[in-house]
Design a protein around this ligand. Structure first.
Ligand SMILES: C[S@@+](CC[C@H](N)C(=O)[O-])C[C@H]1O[C@@H](n2cnc3c(N)ncnc32)[C@H](O)[C@@H]1O
Length: 221
């Protein structure tokens, strides 16, 4: 707990029972992944801001509860292929939590999701992919959401990169680097990326701040 009496993101991961923190969640037999420490370091400065955080992969809502408590002025949007209201309990009633049913690998869904966010949501400053952990779907959602939904200066994290490797598939990074090249009708423009950071089992990409070259292309579909 810090001096102001509120919890760090890492502490909230443990309290709410997601494996994103540095401590073992014994009741769920989940090994800790330590992502929350990196998230707080990179985008903890948004703590008191009004913005939208999107997470792909809701399950029982543990991480959604963590985000909701830490980013106490943000709109928290969870996407899942199967929203299970029974598992989610009281969070479905929160006015800052929004749960959307859809497949992260389906472009039609991603396009309708972009429209959904137009309805009064503040800019999307953070997207976390903790969904299916399948390379093709991770790459498809990244390509769509990074360019068309994430705000300039925003952060996009893809978790559990080891999942595909364990299944004997290649790493996702080739697709991510490919997807960062923003295709336009007459070719490719410079990638709007400020940095890419690799962590154990996770990659985080910061979208660059808006420059004139991209401003006219922001709405391109
Ligand atoms: C690891 S769990 C999410 C855990 C949660 N983020 C937490 O930390 O508490 C992964 C979730 O992704 C969902 N999922 C699987 N395939 C998906 C897909 N293609 N599109 C969207 N969600 C998917 C599953 O239904 C499951 O609830």
């Amino acid at each position: 707990m810090n001096a102001k009496g509120d919890f760090s993101l890492n502490e909230l991961a443990f309290i709410h029972g997601t494996d994103k923190g540095s401590k073992q969640i014994e009741r769920a037999n989940l090994s800790p992944k330590n992502y929350a420490v990196h998230y707080e370091q990179r985008f903890g400065h948004l703590k008191n801001d009004e913005f939208t955080l999107v997470e792909i992969g809701v399950n029982s809502g543990a991480s959604i509860r963590m985000w909701h408590e830490y980013f106490h002025r943000a709109q928290i949007v969870g996407i899942d292929i199967r929203i299970d209201s029974e598992k989610l309990g009281d969070i479905v009633d929160s006015d800052r939590i929004h749960l959307v049913s859809g497949d992260q690998g389906d472009i039609r869904f991603l396009s309708s999701f972009k429209e959904y966010l137009r309805d009064g949501f503040p800019p999307v400053a953070v997207i976390v992919d903790d969904g299916c952990h399948k390379r093709a779907s991770q790459a498809r959602s990244f390509e769509y959401l990074f360019h068309r939904v994430l705000d300039h200066g925003g952060y996009y994290a893809i978790e559990d990169l080891q999942a595909d490797v364990q299944k004997g598939e290649d790493l996702l990074m080739g697709e991510i680097v490919e997807a960062i090249q923003w295709r336009i009708p007459n070719g490719v423009i410079d990638p709007p990326v400020e940095w890419i950071r690799f962590y154990p089992r996770m990659v985080m990409i910061r979208k660059a701040h808006l420059i004139e070259q991209w401003s006219n292309l922001q709405e391109t579909d």
